[in-house]
Design a protein. Structure first.
Length: 93
């Protein structure tokens, strides 16, 4: 299993570069993302994680998210309730 890490910050200002970097790693076969470095984030981080998950799924793989910060997990849970469970994969991390 190939893994990559998020940066320490994933906000609106850094979302595009983070998205592109993760998509490159997923295209190269990565199937796991470690969020341990992630200390500062906003809802853009959730959008990026969802885009990475879709990219992995398009390759026929599941994206495993580890060390998701509790604040981001709470945001994902709220979003899951709003979307009827479409972000549950984050909550299994």
């Amino acid at each position: 299993m190939s893994r990559f890490e998020t940066a320490a910050t994933l906000t609106h200002d850094s979302a595009r570069s983070a998205l592109d970097a993760g998509l490159s790693r997923i295209a190269a076969g990565a199937t796991e993302v470690d969020c341990a470095p992630l200390k500062q984030f906003d809802s853009s981080a959730l959008a990026v994680l969802l885009a990475w998950e879709r990219a992995a799924a398009a390759r026929g793989a599941a994206l495993v998210v580890i060390n998701l910060p509790s604040g981001l997990a709470s945001l994902a849970q709220f979003e899951a309730e709003a979307r009827k469970g479409k972000v549950d994969f984050l909550l299994d991390a």
